[in-house]
Design a protein around this ligand. Structure first.
Ligand code: ADP
Ligand code: MG
Length: 262
């Protein structure tokens, strides 16, 4: 229970939000109780599970400022077992508002610890913004582990070394339990030679950290958010959905094997 995972990569458009939503949905379909924390001011995860902008007054921003009455910030989605704490653009001002707070890196951890005590969720997935800013640091401090989506394209591996360094720094200083749970290759195109090369390199450098399951580039995945649905619900049998369900099963197996789940 209460396994907290940050879905993280400082690059935008690599599949963080898509992976958060669809893994969340796949875990929920397997009977796990799941909470998604939308920690990106763009609020794409909130949109992607069908929570409209005008339904987000009780956003994660407000919770990070007020830090009590946790329950009123949880929204149920149309998907059974899947809840979310939403984000809106207010969140972009958060960093400056807490600039004077010496313990700001621990604000989200405080909230996560309270959620852990309540023991309502099997897994909590944090959809991180595309930066290594305070929001991301807070997510890393609050998490048991991270999953890194990596777009299979030429520059994918460059940012990864820096990201892993940051994760390691947080592990050494602020959160000893933090682990890299896995790296997931996204937007894979099997007709593209470069994709195969990037896959090979990633597996060579990061070995078992890279999940076997590849997420294909799939048009249905990109259509789904405009319908406010995870692709797994929008088109259950498309290649993208099948891949995310397979990945979810692989993640759960690996969690058992390495005892990631806290
Ligand atoms: N496997 C995929 N195939 C096709 N489009 C995808 C895939 N994964 C993500 N996308 C699309 O790419 C864009 C960026 O993905 P997103 O998950 O929002 O990235 P991030 O959260 O890292 O910025 C979105 O429009 C999304 O719908
Ligand atoms: Mg995103």
């Amino acid at each position: 229970m209460n396994h907290v995972i940050s879905v993280i990569n400082q690059k935008g458009g690599v599949g963080k939000t898509t992976s958060t939503i669809n893994l969340g949905c796949a875990f929920a379909n397997l009977g796990q109780k799941i909470l998604i924390i939308d920690l990106d001011p763009q609020g794409n995860a909130s949109t992607g599970v069908g929570i409209e902008n005008n339904e987000r007054e009780n956003s994660i921003y407000k919770l990070l400022i007020e830090r009590n009455n946790l329950q009123q910030y949880v929204k149920h989605t149309k998907i059974e077992n899947l809840d979310i704490m939403c984000a809106n653009v207010e969140l972009s001002g958060f960093e400056t508002e807490v600039a004077e707070d010496k313990n700001r890196a621990f604000i989200l951890k405080g909230i996560m610890d309270e959620l852990r005590q309540k023991n309502q969720y099997n897994q909590i997935l944090i959809d991180c913004p595309p930066s290594l800013s305070l929001l991301t640091v807070m997510a890393l401090v609050a998490s048991n582990s991270v999953i890194v989506p990596l777009q299979t394209e030429f520059f994918a591996l460059e940012g990864l070394t820096q990201l892993l360094k940051t994760i390691n720094r947080i592990k050494m200083s602020l959160n000893k339990m933090l682990e890299v749970e896995g790296i997931v290759l996204t937007m894979f195109d099997k007709r593209n030679k470069l994709c195969a090369q990037v896959e090979q390199e990633a597996r060579k450098f990061f070995g078992e950290q890279v999940y076997e399951t590849l997420i294909p580039r799939n048009i249905r995945i990109s259509e789904a958010p405009s319908h406010g649905l995870p692709v797994i619900v929008y088109d259950k049998y498309c290649a993208g959905s099948i891949a995310y369900e397979k990945l979810a099963a692989e993640i759960i197996e690996k969690q058992k094997k390495f005892n990631f789940a806290a």
